[in-house]
Structure formats: structure tokens, C-alpha cells
Design a protein around this ligand. Structure first.
Ligand SMILES: C[S@@+](CC[C@H](N)C(=O)[O-])C[C@H]1O[C@@H](n2cnc3c(N)ncnc32)[C@H](O)[C@@H]1O
Length: 408
């Protein structure tokens, strides 16, 4: 079968979850089910190829790329998405390198020596030191060490006792801890993943994004919540089936705003696989404000970030907001086109035309067709309501498009 036959052979609705795929324990809006990038990676690339997701979010595409033995780069402007994907890449790398794991993420929460006493493992820091992951553990810890959480903004969302417990855990177990860098970043990840559930506004992230403060501050116990998320992380990573070549793959998470221009990569890209932000659908930065406060961001800094967020929901009523979104996508895809090698691919998951956002799709087509790309595949998929990624918008269908670059 040729590439487009293979693409047409897939049922893109993915109503059932496939076993063995990677999943993130962290909440983030608009993530696609791992099945979508997994299918595209398997059909469009071979082991050792380079896969890039320029709107990488919390890393769904790159986790699948690495799991399947490809090198991977995730780019996103959101510092929270960058931090989460950076830490998860280390967790996946560690998990792909050791067959028998006795240490559990659950133990890391309370036991400072959890990894060190796990017998055959040794300290994961050593294991991860020379393992081609950017940013390195040292650099993530370096950033954490310079961040002073914005406790004042956080205090509006938590009962004072809960906030004190969060502060205590953060300061003693993440920020000033003597424990290994791996233990500390895993704790950061689990704390960040628990922040919404620990808050008194736990209806939806839409309420947090829109500053709907809780009417009443409800006390929630920190430790059981952290243990629950750590347990979830354990069961998610235990279920992943890695390709035998995953261990030697290179992985990068890059924080970058495409509206500032391109990035330089050390090799040409075999496939770009991405789900761009949809016009007026989601506020990615605002949805992650609890994590961004933990990362020391002020209200103004978060506002500034959401100003450069393509398609942000908070700007949906501005004049020409959809046109601006389409233009921005066009300039981004012009940059992406140059990163791809001849015969390589760009796959984009876009809102279905019925949702009234077809200008974005036309912009991407214009950008790519004028740069030697040809559309080789286009299909509509339903967004399963059990795995809904856009449940607070009216978007129920989307379109998978694949383009291939031809020589001159
Ligand atoms: C649909 S989400 C991607 C989610 C991802 N597929 C996942 O599963 O995690 C779109 C992403 O585009 C990012 N984004 C928006 N504007 C951007 C910009 N100017 N530069 C880089 N990334 C941007 C958002 O932060 C968001 O994470």
C-alpha cells in the first residue's frame, strides 16, 4: 500500500483507546488522543526519523514519536506546556531504559530515597545525564530554583490550610530540597497536575481561565491528592509499550513563539504533525494559570503571554479575529514548510468547515501549495465525546490533512 492508501485505511474516529500508547497525567485543554499522532507517525515516518510538533502542547506527539523510536521536537509558546513536556520526556526516557522498576512515582512524594533505594536502578539522574534530552534535568532545576511562586494570586483559589500545605511541599520538597533532580522534577509535575483538583474551583478549567473565583474556599488534603496523581502516573507509564530503539532517541522541548520567527534545527524534519490552536476556542495560558503562578508568573506576565497566543478565545469578539488567526497560521506554516526535507510531510488537524473556521484551513493550504507541497490526504473525524478535547466549544468534528513536499 502507498502512503495515502494506508492513511485511508485508518478509522480516524478512534472511539476506543489503543493499549500501549503514552498518556499524560497532566490536564491541558485541546490535547488530541495519542492514537492520532501515533497513526500518522507510523505511516509517514520510519524509525530514526525526526518528527516535530510546532504547537506541541504537553507533548502528545513527541511522546508517541519517542515511544515509536523517532527523534522528536516539541515547540510551544506556553511555559507551562514546555515545563510539563520537558519533565514527561525525562520520565519516559527513564521508563524506556529500565525493564524492571521497583521504585514508584507514588513513593517519590514522601520517600526522599525512593529511587536511590530501588536496587538495580541507581539514581535516575546518572541514567539520564547523557541521554540527549533538552532541556536537561539540571536546566529544569535551574529554572525552578529561580522562580518565586506567585502565592498571592494562588491564594484566591485555595483554602488557607491547603495553600500552606502546597507551600510547604513546594518549598521543602521541590525548591530547596537536597533530593535528586529527578525526584524534584517529578514532584513538580505531580504538584502541577494536582493544582486544579486541589483548588476550590474544580468545576472546569474554563472557570479558572475566566477568573470565576470559588464562592467558598474548601479545605482539601494535599497528600492524598498528590498520591492519587502519582499513582495515575505510575499506571500510565507502566502501560506504555516502547519500541526497542526508543532509548537512543533524541528529544527536545523548546519554548518558542512562532510569531517571533523560525528556529534552527540541526537536521531536516521528516514529518511535522500538529494540531494548531483553533480560532476563538481555548485560552491555553489562562487555563494553566495555576501552574504559571507556581512558576512565578505575575498576572501581567500571563496576560502578555495570552496576547501572543494564536487564536486565543479571549480575543474572539475583536474585529477580524478570525482573519488575524488565519494570517498567523499562514506565516507559521510558511516557516514550517522550510524545515521539512524533500518528500517529507506536514500533517495538520484542523476544525471541520462546519464550525465556520475554514479560513484557517485555506491559509494553510495556500502557504503549503505555494512551497512545493501537495495535499495527499484529507478526511473528517468525529471528536469522541468520551475523549472530548473541546467539550466546552461547539466543535464536534475536525479534519486531518496531510501534505507532502516535492523536489523543485
Ligand atoms: C491544540 S494545542 C496543542 C495540543 C497538543 N496537540 C497536545 O496534545 O498536547 C495548540 C497549542 O498551540 C500553542 N500556541 C498558540 N500560539 C502559539 C504561538 N504563537 N507559538 C507557539 N505555540 C503557540 C498553544 O500554547 C497550545 O499549546
Amino acid at each position: 500500500m502507498n502512503v495515502s492508501d494506508k492513511l485511508f485505511d485508518i478509522n480516524w474516529d478512534f472511539t476506543k483507546r489503543f493499549p500501549g500508547l503514552s498518556r499524560s497525567p497532566h490536564w491541558y485543554p485541546g490535547t488530541f488522543p495519542s492514537e492520532v499522532p501515533a497513526a500518522l507517525i507510523e505511516i509517514l515516518t520510519v524509525k530514526g526519523d525526526l518528527v516535530v510538533d510546532p504547537y506541541g502542547g504537553i507533548g502528545t506527539t513527541v511522546f508517541e514519536a519517542v515511544r515509536l523510536g523517532r527523534d522528536a521536537v516539541s515547540v510551544d509558546v506556553n511555559p507551562a506546556a514546555h515545563r510539563i513536556s520537558s519533565i514527561m520526556l525525562h520520565v519516559l526516557k527513564w521508563r524506556s531504559q529500565v525493564v524492571l522498576i521497583t521504585a514508584k512515582m507514588q513513593d517519590v512524594i514522601t520517600d526522599d530515597q525512593a529511587f536511590l533505594t530501588s536496587g538495580q536502578l541507581g539514581d535516575p539522574v546518572e541514567l539520564l545525564e547523557n541521554s540527549f534530552i533538552q532541556p536537561s534535568l539540571k536546566s529544569i532545576i535551574g529554572s525552578i530554583n529561580t522562580e518565586d511562586p506567585n502565592w498571592e494570586s494562588l491564594s484566591k483559589w485555595y483554602h488557607p490550610d491547603t495553600l500552606n500545605a502546597i507551600k510547604d511541599f513546594y518549598l521543602k520538597k521541590v525548591r530547596h530540597s537536597e533530593d535528586s533532580d529527578f525526584t524534584r522534577v517529578v514532584r513538580f509535575l505531580i504538584l502541577s497536575a494536582s493544582l486544579k483538583a486541589l483548588s476550590s474551583q474544580d468545576k472546569s478549567w474554563g472557570h479558572i481561565a475566566d477568573n470565576v473565583y470559588p464562592k467558598e474556599l474548601v479545605k482539601k488534603d494535599l497528600m492524598p491528592m498528590l498520591k492519587m496523581f502519582a499513582k495515575k502516573l505510575d499506571s500510565l507509564i507502566d502501560a506504555i509499550i516502547f519500541d526497542s530503539t526508543s532509548q537512543s532517541r533524541k528529544m527536545y522541548s523548546i519554548e518558542h513563539n512562532w510569531l517571533d520567527g523560525g528556529i534552527v534545527l540541526d537536521r531536516k524534519v521528516n514529518a511535522i504533525i500538529t494540531s494548531p490552536p483553533y480560532a476563538g476556542a481555548i485560552d491555553y495560558h489562562l487555563s494553566q494559570k495555576l501552574t504559571l503562578y507556581l512558576m512565578g508568573r505575575s498576572e501581567d506576565a500571563i496576560k502578555g503571554l495570552s496576547m501572543v497566543e494564536i487564536g486565543a478565545r479571549r480575543r474572539r469578539n475583536r474585529l477580524n479575529s478570525e482573519e488575524i488567526w488565519a494570517e498567523q497560521l499562514k506565516s507559521c506554516f510558511t516557516i514550517f514548510a522550510n524545515l521539512v526535507e524533500v518528500d517529507g510531510f506536514i500533517a495538520a488537524i484542523m476544525p471541520h468547515k462546519d464550525s465556520g473556521r475554514s479560513s484557517g484551513t485555506s491559509s494553510i493550504q495556500d502557504a503549503l501549495l505555494s512551497q512545493n507541497f501537495f495535499e495527499i490526504f484529507k478526511i473528517d473525524r468525529s471528536i469522541s465525546q468520551t475523549q472530548a478535547r473541546q467539550s466546552w466549544t461547539s466543535i464536534k468534528r475536525e479534519t486531518v490533512m496531510v501534505f507532502q513536499k516535492h523536489g523543485n
